[in-house]
Design a protein around this ligand. Sequence first.
Ligand SMILES: Nc1ncnc2c1ncn2[C@@H]1O[C@H](COP(=O)(O)OP(=O)(O)OP(=O)(O)O)[C@@H](O)[C@H]1O
Ligand SMILES: [Mg+2]
Length: 603
Amino acid sequence: MKIVAGIDIGNATTEVALAKIYENNIEFLSSSIVKTTGIKGTMKNINGVFKSLKNSLDKSNLKIENLDEIRVNEAAPVIGDVAMETITETIITESTMIGHNPLTPGGVGVGVGETVKIDKLESVDKNKDVIVVIPKEFDFEVSSKLINLYSDKLNINGAIVKKDDGVLINNRLNKKIPIVDEVSLVEKVPLNMKCAIEVAPIGGVVEVLSNPYGIATLFNLTSEETKHVVPIARALIGNRSAVVIKTPKGDVKERKIPAGNIEIVGLNKKAFVGIDEGAKKIMNAINSVNIVCDVKGEPGTNVGGMLEKVRHVMSNLTNQHPKNIKIQDLLSVDTFVPQIVKGGIANEFSLENAVGIAAMVKADKLQMQKIADELTKSLGVNVNVGGVEADMAIRGALTTPGSNKPLAILDMGAGSTDASIITKEHEIKSIHLAGAGNMVTMLIKSELGIDDFELAEDIKKYPLAKVESLFNIRHESGAVEFFNKALDSKLFAKVVILKPEGMVPIEIDESLEKIKLIRKSAKERVFVTNAIRALKKVSPTNNVRDIAFVVLVGGSALDFEIPQLVTNALSQYNVVAGRANIRGVEGPRNAVATGLVLHLKEE
Ligand SMILES: Nc1ncnc2c1ncn2[C@@H]1O[C@H](COP(=O)(O)OP(=O)(O)OP(=O)(O)O)[C@@H](O)[C@H]1O
Ligand SMILES: [Mg+2]
């Protein structure tokens, strides 16, 4: 009789399967799961391994001394998956802009003129078009008096105000003008420059300044100049009020770092692609290279910096030369990131197109061997490197009641999406691809502009609801639920995450629909893309259609909508997919750890 443990060190979790092997039988005793410590495939994983192993042994009333052998997976870490490379960058060199949503701007309409500080109106030439700039020392009484006084001599067409005085000033004017208020950095507004201002009616959004041709008309721009104002116009879309000021060329200087190109090095082929061509072109380039040996980024560019960082981090953690760290796969996804507009005056944000990238480093057997040796030393138990995750996962998946060979699996983890296929004759083919649950969380996090990974993780995992009153919520499905007891008043009117332990308010200014849309589309962009890509690679004919059944395993298969999204996508290829139930008890979890034990017994 032997007591053995299979340990799967993942990007997110370290899972253990503990079993007793006797004669030709195998009896699984217990399993456990803890958070992985450190980056997958590095020495820091040892802490997590100890903890997970101990949990499992405790459950079975066993001690480390009782163990005969341990198998660990050959771990391929995925890192750099938090990098976002913007492919357009809003830099305003010839114009500066304010586009914000003060609660109560004054007046409505569009006004054009030269910016003049309110105490300098006296010196302005007669009949000139003017936009008045009002710093905080001038209250609404004084400001409105001055504007009224000079409005005979000058064409005062609008005002930019630091304080929240828009309505108060407007109410006191003889001739109404659009007024943008609450401009925190009013002292940065350049003076004696041509300026256009727009205030939309209540409930409306600016129409002229959010359109590049609208700006071009007001400022008499050439077609070349109009191109430059596109990011300005885009940043102003959806605002109630806006200001655009034309400043002399070169007033705001910015160095723009190019997005850069990547080089995909195959066995006997190379492919090149520019990050700014977008995710689809990048993936086409990756797919055009059959066996990827390495991916390199162009030095001095955004993507160069990113891929080099991946190499650097791994080389530091594993004491290898950076040139020996090879990137084996890369997933790129189109996304957008809210970015502060350079040259803006009221901390404006705009949504920039970006490409999110997950890069996977080649599994290094030597490195895993070092971890195994260290574990052998400290545990006093024989620890061996068991095999490639996907090969193990499919063995585990076959313990799902009702499953049989031939079979294909998709292991949807945190860092990688793996696929594997097993024939009737027990031949196994598998593949590791970059990008999984962490990438989804990263997209949610950056597209919603939140800082907290855990919050984004919760948004990914649980459905949403809107708290409509203290006694009812509306679920994202539209269903309304009533409560007998009042909800916490902090939740009132908030969009909340329905976690099993209670409602968690999301403290950002986005609608439920928008959050839901981002969540779902992030899952689609990562998992549908990778499911098809992975199955194509393991299919004997390179065609997804030639696979009949797919079993879904891994933590992301627990998601409440990912399996459905993947299943729907696969049904278009006539593939039947369903969630695994490892050993009839684990659900989609523990496939690799279970497979490691089964593999050990096979030998
Ligand atoms: N209930 C859930 N709903 C949605 N996603 C979940 C749920 N539980 C876990 N996940 C996700 O599953 C992922 C972890 O899965 P798993 O433990 O299989 O990964 P791993 O094996 O550590 O990673 P890898 O295989 O890439 O090394 C995380 O991205 C996590 O957010
Ligand atoms: Mg895994």
